[in-house]
Design a protein around this ligand. Sequence first.
Ligand SMILES: [Zn+2]
Length: 223
Amino acid sequence: MKFTGLSRSVEDYLKAVYTLNERGEAAGTSQLARVLDVQPASVSGMIRRLAEDGLLEHEPYRGVRLTRAGSREALKVLRRHRIIESYLVQHLGFGWDDVHEEAERLEHAASDALVDRMAEAMGHPTNDPHGAPIPTRGGDIDPTAYPGLDEVATGSRITVRSVSDQDPARLRYFESVGLVPGAEAVVNESESDGDHVTLTVKGGRGPLTLTADVARRVTVIEA
Ligand SMILES: [Zn+2]
């Protein structure tokens, strides 16, 4: 079966399942409804359709996960999204806080050929402006599950690997305190109850205290 011209909503579903699976979260009806901001009833219908098309399969107690075909399609959308974000920042002067919504629209419209040309013009970047890995044209992606900043122990030395691209205000905050991909920091205090994380960013303002909800939007590499 060859999948060509998947609709925008199908692409968004596959991307949402991929993102939830990647974070180790269950991809059930309620989680998908939340991520996609749609009614649970419409999620059930779409899940049935995508399962019939062989793009995802049910996983007992954890909702759904992508089949190999579904994963391939999700990675294509992610590749388009992340290359478009990179191109807007590198070549068109957009700020990293100002590209996600553009990419959400363009990822469904840009052809793979256009996106390949954009990647070539940038020398085939491996990560987008927020640090997220860019799948290759062949569908390979860094499979490492990096921990969230809310998961590392007190005293850890870390390097920021990526930050969530979802919220422009939060991205501006991260930039203002130097919490950007590649930044090094020491975790001064990480509460066992998971309430907040205090850290000192090398060369940045600090120490900073982040709520656990903000901290988990940052993935890190532990030294
Ligand atoms: Zn984005």
